[in-house]
Write a protein that binds this ligand. Sequence first.
Ligand SMILES: CC(=O)N[C@H]1[C@@H](OP(=O)(O)OP(=O)(O)OC[C@H]2O[C@@H](n3ccc(=O)[nH]c3=O)[C@H](O)[C@@H]2O)O[C@H](CO)[C@@H](O)[C@@H]1O
Ligand SMILES: C=C(OP(=O)(O)O)C(=O)O
Length: 430
Amino acid sequence: MNKYIIQGGHPLSGVVTVSGAKNAAVAILPAALLINGTCRIENVPDISDVRLLLEILDSMGAKIRRLSPNTLELCCTNVRDSEASDALVRRIRASYYFIGAQLGRFGHARVALPGGCNFGARPIDQHIKGFEAIGAAVDLKDGFVCAAAPADGLTGGRVNLDVVSVGATMNIMIGAVLANGTTVIENAAKEPHIVDLANFLNAMGAKVSGAGTDVIKIRGVRSLHGGSYSIIPDQIETGTYMAAVAATGGDVLIQNVIPKHMDCISAKLREMGVKIAEYDDAIRVQRTGVMRRANVKTMPYPGFPTDMQPQIAVCMSLASGVSVITESIYDTRFGYCAELNRMGASIKVDTKVAIITGVEKLHGCTVRACDLRAGAAMVIAGLAADRTTTIEDIEYIERGYENLIGKLTAIGAEIRRVSVPDGTAVPAAV
Ligand SMILES: CC(=O)N[C@H]1[C@@H](OP(=O)(O)OP(=O)(O)OC[C@H]2O[C@@H](n3ccc(=O)[nH]c3=O)[C@H](O)[C@@H]2O)O[C@H](CO)[C@@H](O)[C@@H]1O
Ligand SMILES: C=C(OP(=O)(O)O)C(=O)O
């Protein structure tokens, strides 16, 4: 079992560089299946979700070369009509993008229902609605999604999403780029990673317009060609470091950032008394005084992201007064609050609302990462707490944060990763 051990209580200071966006990379890599030629993708985060998707592509016959730690060359031209291994697919949510990619490339798809972090139901009915709108017949059978285009190919079509879904918007875009006709997605999601996927596809010859607004138009093209593309910086990784500095106090320059993507998070932290300065591609975060209470409601972009909800909860736990978080995207994304309470936080959860009464200090103890961002919140709490915090189930965290230990150590954190055989006591001192 692997664990993180943190000796908390050190303010963070220095410079940290953000990696490429996980939620863009996990859509762009499956979308590469549509390309006839070689594409070079830069700023690919080296995280376990990406490694798993590369394993799936490799098992399908893609040629993958790592040119540097974060640059890949990918050629799927010779991939035969093959299925993605269901054992691998079931391990992450983003593998559902192989449904759109296989449908677009081969005219049919058979993909196991995906896994991913568990915070309530993660339905894919809107993805299916979109695939049907572009002409596919879709069936759910024995834990698999089976989709098939008509004999003369996908037609394209119009779909109005019933809920703003990032996953459905991206999957339909991927499925529709090689369709015979035009596709219009109404009530589309507007997250930065939607725009990044559209830019990637367009760099390879697709005709996608409107990404970043709620109406996206995809004019089908005959084929996509190879090219080069660099993935945008990770909005949530950036926000996680911002929240870490807010919670521990200190002064950190976060670079390789698109400050515009951070507007909602920056505004909330400013409201709480954190000083934030924006530069062209960096953000400086400083916190010296006491943080003030605030309220947050998670919303689709440009609202406050659900993926930042646990991290801001740690800041609120250390702020003066009572803060309220309303989770409006997922049914159960407050599982981590019980772990934070073990560290001395005072959080009451009522279904989709968390009421957080600020405390002076958090105290280190053994906690677990319930999911990716919950795990990030435990790291932040451990950095701010006194004594030693041990975090278990860190595999979730490593799905989405590249070199977390190295980056945090470089800005003054005392954190290390240990591998211990199950049943062995972890040494307490760092
Ligand atoms: C809007 C939002 O904040 N989306 C986040 C969500 O995207 P993720 O792709 O997981 O979720 P979606 O954006 O697709 O889903 C948003 C909402 O729509 C519902 N839904 C979705 C698809 C579907 O077919 N049917 C359906 O009902 C979901 O249950 C959820 O309540 O988590 C991702 C990773 O954690 C983030 O990168 C996204 O920014
Ligand atoms: C929960 C997340 O990932 P996924 O949707 O891939 O499970 C996330 O990025 O916060």
